[in-house]
Design a binder for this molecule. Sequence first.
Ligand SMILES: [Fe+2]
Length: 358
Amino acid sequence: MTVATKLPPMRETDYQSRHIDLDIPALGPDVKTWYAGKNVPPLFIQPADSKLASSFAAFDAWLAEHRSQIDDAIFEYGAVMFRGFPVTSAAEFDRLMSHFPRFDEGYVGGMSPRKTVEGKVLESTRLDQNFKIILHSEMAYMKAYPARIALFSKTTAPIGGSTTLGSMDEFMARMPADLRAKLEKHQTLVVRSFAAKGASQGKDSVDHPGNIGWDSAFFTDDKAEVERLCEERGMEYRWNDDGSLTLKEIKSTFTKHPRDGTPYYRTNLHTNNSFQRAGLGDVEAAVLARQKEPIGQFLDNGEMLTEQETQTILGLYDQIELAWQWQDGDVAIADNLKVVHGRNPFEGPREVLVCLLK
Ligand SMILES: [Fe+2]
């Protein structure tokens, strides 16, 4: 097995010195655009005059008018970032995102503890602020997934806390050919487990996805409704005698982009051991001890990735990771196949809101 390529990591990208102005006539004269190079998302979109910089109504109208051009830009650049526009509240973020088709299935059955803030806007995560969230495609563990994810930095953490991004075109280009050939032969078996009803009710943070109660994950405490939602999503379910819930699902390892057919790695096969690496060994052990069967992501023949394969994939995510200083009011929209996202650990207040889009 070849270990990852020797190309330099992309996090050295200096957004200030590599500020490359772009002329995108389709977006009109009211905004200016720039980026930091090929496979370096996002495309920054900023107001060119004081009207869009000072009036939310004007920005909202501009966005509605340029929706299809923005769709094109998200596809071409992987992600766009609106900076310098007057966006201050969850309600305003919800209003802006209402111009885009929503992923209405939302986080039902999801693995990240979060709650609805306003309309279709959700808090980003309640995972402990000390933990780094590595780059991932949103809901990579489910067949049904949001095509795009929008993020709004309402309150930017004073220390750390950047939402990180990475280009999956760059990831695929760097993936060793023999690893890719092996992965192309297999689908992914996802086995997940939720804790008993009420396990995470009223908690501000959860240190492991396995500690989320099934009622929190499915936004209902009605077992029959959970079963209906699982069947609708093609997930096999089993209620355990301690009140916990185990789900199984077979999904593709690579997902073809609906717009041009390019395949992207979209699975969490590499995460089986990552919690231990993140210093969560005790938490992980406690969760595993009460689970009825091994949870995680496996090849469809039941095997796990080897340690070296796991390290290679984690190394690729590490190589493509990009971070820059976010500002209050920043709104980003990322294509969920072409660009992955994560979060750096942080200190101080941080409020980042999320909206899932089609
Ligand atoms: Fe995420």
